[in-house]
Design a protein around this ligand. Structure first.
Ligand SMILES: *[C@@H]1O[C@H](CO)[C@@H](O)[C@H](O)[C@H]1NC(C)=O
Ligand SMILES: *[C@@H]1O[C@H](CO)[C@@H](O)[C@H](O)[C@H]1NC(C)=O
Ligand SMILES: *[C@@H]1O[C@H](CO)[C@@H](O)[C@H](O)[C@H]1NC(C)=O
Ligand SMILES: *[C@@H]1O[C@H](CO)[C@@H](O)[C@H](O)[C@H]1NC(C)=O
Length: 370
């Protein structure tokens, strides 16, 4: 009886199975086809359409180079208290664009030296007021060049560290914040604005002037120091490069976005070469050879935007390919992985000591230059 019931079951199974199997197979085949089509479309979209769009569009390249979006959003430049910082003057200077005709409006924050916050009570948010303060300050001055994806309000924590040593002038690059606004954003354009800003500050004071750049701002600062020397015969007191890269080409290869594309056979033709053809070079390893003042380079090991070995490599180029006796020493400070990442290494308690040591060296180098 048992065997007959077994055979009955197996007969029923073998009758129904052939009917169900095509259903399962059909569903599986459809799912597989959909997945394959989606994967193919994703591949086309990410690894074909994006590189080709990038290669073809200068606007796309410009945006990826500069990422000129506001952070914080809706900045209130005339209301620094909102950002927990006092002793700030918001002012504008006018520069000439590369055509020697169009005027560019550059928005700046002047962040008074910590010890001078109360000295300049009658301050107004005008360039006349900024000029008067520059004429009367006893402190050295630093021009602070910020990086991408922010405006001059963002680096408040860094300002609070370096204002213990300097009076800070922090411009927004053309196309960032309220600077520009309707002029072309380019490496040459920002460098030209920076040279003109430096000359404006120089015309107001005889105090020492340093340049400090963070990230892309470090590349822009170094390029500006080269142009200041070659076209204006001006050498600043010192150059500080915070979380800097070697060249934009190398940065694109090592950036996490670049890594998504760098295995492509057409990576160079679509991603690396087109920005260079359009003048987005940021070749700091070349520009730094023209820097005739001491240089301080700082990088955190846990920087996840610009890997620290690029900063280290930059310091090696600066100290092996420049004449340290005539062009100035190089200081390199690497910070351990404790969470500073790309933007917060100035939180390290060693930074004030490093700045003092650097300023001391810059004053000696300046005396030697005569
Ligand atoms: C000072 O600011 C005024 C008004 O914002 C502007 O017209 C003028 O060009 C500025 N001066 C300089 C030297 O940039
Ligand atoms: C602007 O002026 C500089 C020097 O005064 C000159 O070298 C340059 O060719 C000029 N540019 C244009 C577009 O006229
Ligand atoms: C692509 O560029 C990289 C970095 O500059 C270089 O090392 C490599 O040889 C280039 N590859 C080709 C195929 O040109
Ligand atoms: C650096 O320049 C000085 C002065 O010109 C020269 O005596 C010295 O040999 C140079 N050092 C190097 C490493 O080239």
């Amino acid at each position: 009886r048992r065997s007959s019931s077994d055979s009955y079951t197996s007969v029923r199974l073998s009758e129904t199975q052939p009917k169900k199997r095509p259903m399962w197979q059909t569903v599986l085949i459809i799912i597989a086809i959909v997945i394959l089509v989606l994967a193919f479309l994703t591949f086309l979209a990410i690894w074909v359409a994006v590189p080709i769009a990038f290669m073809q569009s200068i606007a796309f390249q410009r945006f990826i180079m500069f990422i000129n979006v506001d952070s914080p959003k809706n900045p209130e430049y005339n209301n620094p208290e909102k950002y927990d910082i006092r002793g700030v003057i918001n002012f504008y200077i006018t520069t000439q664009d590369l055509d020697n005709f169009t005027l560019v409006n550059i928005g700046n924050w002047m962040i008074l030296h910590e010890e001078e916050i109360d000295n300049f009570r009658e301050r107004a948010n005008t360039n006349q007021s900024a000029s008067q303060i520059l004429a009367n300050t006893k402190k050295p001055i630093v021009i602070y060049m910020h990086g991408v994806a922010c405006n001059r309000v963002k680096p408040v924590a860094t300002y609070n560290v370096i204002r213990k040593h300097f009076l800070i002038i922090a411009p927004d690059h053309r196309g960032f914040g309220d600077s520009g606004p309707n002029v072309e954003l380019s490496e040459a354009g920002v460098v030209s604005d920076t040279v003109q800003l430096f000359k404006w500050v120089r015309s107001k004071t005889n105090n020492d002037i340093y340049i400090w750049g963070h990230s892309l701002g470090a590349a822009l600062s170094t390029h500006a120091v080269k142009v200041l020397k070659e076209e204006e015969d001006i050498v600043p007191m010192g150059l500080v490069l915070e979380s800097a890269f070697t060249t934009m080409r190398e940065e694109m290869i090592h950036h996490k976005l670049g890594k998504i594309f760098k295995w492509l056979a057409y990576f160079n033709q679509t991603i690396l070469d087109p920005p260079e053809r359009n003048g987005f070079l940021f070749r700091t390893t070349t520009n730094i050879l023209s820097v005739d003042c001491p240089i301080m380079i700082m990088h955190a090991e846990d920087d996840d935007v610009i890997p620290y070995f690029l900063g280290k490599r930059l310091s090696e180029v600066a100290s092996t390919k420049r004449n340290l006796t005539t062009q100035g020493k190089v200081f390199y400070h690497q910070f351990p992985s404790v969470g500073y990442k790309h933007i917060s290494l100035t939180d390290d308690p060693k930074v004030p000591g490093y700045i003092n040591e650097f300023v001391q060296e810059c004053m000696e180098a300046n005396k030697a230059r005569g």
